[in-house]
Design a protein around this ligand. Structure first.
Ligand SMILES: [Zn+2]
Ligand SMILES: [Zn+2]
Length: 266
């Protein structure tokens, strides 16, 4: 009965009237997950202008500062978020995605991310694409009862037709990333992932998916093992990232007057 009730609860508006996932207001105006006010705030975050390419965040593929510094050229995402502002609608929906198994939230993000993925990939990349979710720790899966990155990849796959690779695995042990500093995160994550059925990745364009990225440590380590397994290219994809933009500006070297590119800090 408990299982049936929790399944029924996931169908929005069937027993419980659908409410805004951010402020709890009844969704009387046809909103899927947000009321009008919260949706506007979310859209503003998506449409914020990237300071590097000047496109809106959800269409720009510039890397975050930490990923750009590590040499990555692309990052597909929907918006940049402020971790400290937990009351913002875009932060509250992320919380809902991780903590409450709501079908309308998964469907909403699947559609949103499918559009950004479609806009970011070239024709050859689309033809060879495969979605690889960064796996949660066993502790997080036990606590929430599900792995939201894997389930979201399956939902994206239904919209785009891109298959999901489930062979990127995480070893047991290690500390929770969110409680650690940037350097500690990088040290904690090294050699924590491994690949099963790696031949499925040979020659593929791997869309490496994580919900959010801060230090970039998880994405970089997963990218490394996916590359070693034979992927021809790896494009990280997240719902949101935090931190500065990665902007390059030509600067003159003091020694030889040569121009080189230096990241600008914001
Ligand atoms: Zn609202
Ligand atoms: Zn950009």
């Amino acid at each position: 009965m408990g299982r049936l009730l929790s399944a029924v609860k996931r169908i929005p508006g069937l027993i419980y009237p659908a409410k805004c996932v951010s402020c709890g207001e009844l969704l009387s105006d046809g909103g899927e997950v947000f009321c009008r006010t919260c949706y506007d705030s979310y859209e503003n975050a998506k449409q914020e202008e990237c300071s590097r390419c000047h496109k809106e965040r959800c269409r720009c593929t510039c890397p975050s500062f930490s990923l750009g510094k590590a040499g990555l050229r692309r990052l597909i995402k929907l918006f940049r978020y402020q971790p400290a502002e937990s009351d913002l609608p875009e932060n509250r929906i992320l919380y809902n995605l991780k903590q409450r198994h709501l079908k309308n939230v998964f469907d909403f993000f699947a559609r949103e991310l499918s559009e950004s993925i479609d806009a970011a990939l070239g024709e050859h990349e689309k033809a060879t694409a495969i979605l690889a979710p960064c796996p949660r720790s066993a502790g997080a899966k036990r606590k929430n009862g599900y792995d939201h990155t894997f389930l979201l990849c399956r939902a994206i796959s239904k919209v785009t037709g891109i298959p999901v690779f489930s062979g990127l695995k995480r070893k047991r042990g290690g500390k929770m990333q969110k409680r650690l500093s940037g350097d500690e995160r990088r040290r904690n994550i090294v050699n924590r992932f491994f690949i099963k059925n790696g031949d499925e990745l040979t020659g593929k364009t791997v869309i490496l998916f994580d919900d959010v990225t801060t230090s970039g440590a998880t994405l970089l380590e997963c990218r490394r093992v996916v590359k070693v397994a034979g992927a021809s290219r790896v494009i990280p994809c997240v719902i949101a990232y935090s931190g500065r933009d990665f902007v390059l500006r030509p600067q003159k070297s003091r020694k030889k007057g040569k121009k080189y590119l230096r990241p600008i800090r914001f």
